[in-house]
Design a protein around this ligand. Structure first.
Ligand code: SF4
Length: 442
């Protein structure tokens, strides 16, 4: 039985209890939300959706209503750069700096070998896009992605589930009607930017057939359910340009994905829905309201979102702005973006920047969504008291905080080099001592 089926039958699994404990949420509330498809659980012991990989157990991660916003780091080879060692280093970097999950989106070289090496190196739940491997095999074996036999898609899905992949982005929401809509709206400024989406549309056009993942959705959900692998309903029609955001095609795919989330849930398959993409900040809330209402509050996985098109080199920042707002409006899961987005394959240092930026954004959102402000209060007190040890320990990136503090002067210095003898804290030291008595500020 899957987590959703066990929860619906009144059972609280070991993983469910771990989620409740980690998040400080009552276990019965978590159970009810898992049963209703509002919370999904990735990872766990061998035999569940965390089977295989490091120590036979993957970290347990709860995603959804009332839980801390989680972040995903994506790595993976391309056909231009395929270096297994570097991908492992990127995976280890992502785990070290606090990613909750990792997606291996490899499309070049030995895709299966990279996945195995990554899974052996880290304990985060692993996500994939099985279409990538299927299309890569089709190019090699049949000369072109459009020559792929549709059966290959299902075979790859099953194979990856059996390897212990915890969640899969699958482009079930693309169908021929939506492709017609894309034509009718005169395509897009930014075109299609999803690799899986573009390949699937090209395949449908060439073969004059419906998307098999849409047409045979029951089969997709049944395969994933067998392994309790989470189905992430991919957004092949996400906007890749600010001027394309929230267009008919994007919303049509969202509508289909929300319907499929309900079907998947009814079949006992853990399911989430993916969101944009590129989107201006004034449209983020509407997208989240639509997804939550239409899907029965299925967990929402936002890719970034990127909030302007004009800052290549800084897209970890454009995405962090979108992620903070998304999280505050109710998004549950954020895919990081690195500084190399739109420019090239990320290197390990880009992964670190992306993970930290996404963690900052998720925290900022959770301060609103979950009223989680205790850490900020504790940090403020440590700053006022110039307790550097606590400040550094509490920092989202303690290494970076310690490095800057040390580089700018004596690490044991009482104040810091920002104001030196003009330290505001020192100037008022003792002046308000009595006023703080009896308050929680002391
Ligand atoms: S020197 Fe300035 S920045 Fe540094 S602790 Fe004092 S008030 Fe803060």
């Amino acid at each position: 039985m899957t987590q959703i089926e066990k929860a619906a039958s009144g059972l609280s699994t070991e993983e469910l209890l771990e989620v409740a404990k980690n998040e400080g949420v009552d276990a019965e509330t978590v159970r009810r939300r898992v049963a209703a498809g509002k919370i999904i659980i990735a990872g766990g012991a061998a035999g569940g959706n965390g089977n295989g990989g490091a120590k036979g157990k993957r970290n347990v991660v709860g995603i959804g209503k009332g839980l801390r916003t989680k972040i995903n780091a994506s790595i993976g080879t391309s056909t231009s750069i395929s270096d297994v060692k570097m991908e492992v280093e990127k995976a280890v970097t992502a785990q070290r700096y606090g990613a909750d999950t990792l997606m291996d989106l490899s499309v070049g070289g030995d895709i299966r070998g990279v996945r195995k090496a990554v899974m052996d190196a880290i304990s985060l739940p692993i996500g994939t896009v099985p279409l990538y491997e299927a299309f890569a095999i089709a190019i090699e074996k049949y000369g072109a992605a459009v020559n792929m036999p549709s059966e290959l898609l299902f075979e790859i899905m099953e194979q990856q589930c059996a390897e212990g992949v915890g969640f899969m982005a699958i482009h079930c929401g693309i169908n021929r009607r939506t492709v017609d809509m894309l034509r009718k709206q005169h395509y897009r400024y930014g075109g299609l930017v999803s690799k899986g989406g573009s390949y699937m549309v090209a395949w449908m056009e060439k073969n004059n057939k419906e998307n098999p993942l849409y047409e045979h959705f029951d089969r997709v959900a049944s395969i994933l359910k067998k392994y309790d692998t989470i189905l992430s309903l991919g957004n092949g029609f996400r906007a890749g340009a600010i001027h394309d955001s929230t267009d008919r095609v994007q919303i049509q795919e969202l509508l289909i994905n929300c319907e499929l989330a309900e079907t998947g849930r009814e079949m006992g398959c853990q399911t989430m829905v993916e969101g944009p993409g590129h989107i201006p900040i004034n449209e983020i809330e509407a997208n989240i309201i639509l997804q939550k209402k239409m899907s029965g509050e299925a967990p929402f996985y936002m890719l970034g979102p990127i909030t302007t098109d004009v800052a290549p080199g800084y897209d970890h920042i454009t995405a962090a702005i979108g992620a903070a707002l998304s999280s505050s409006y109710g998004a549950d899961f954020i895919c990081y973006v690195t500084p190399s987005e739109h420019l090239g394959l990320p290197f390990p240092e880009d992964v670190r920047e992306g993970v930290i930026a996404a963690r900052v954004a998720a925290h900022v959102g959770d301060m609103v969504k979950l009223k989680k402000t205790d850490a900020d209060k504790a940090m403020s007190k440590a700053r006022r008291n110039m307790d550097w040890k606590t400040q550094i320990a509490m920092a989202i990136d303690s290494e970076r905080a310690a490095e800057i503090k040390t580089k700018r002067g004596d690490p044991d210095e009482h104040s810091c080099t920002m104001c030196g003898k003009f330290c505001a804290n020192d100037i008022l030291k003792g002046v308000f001592e009595k006023d703080m008595e009896g308050s929680d500020k002391k």
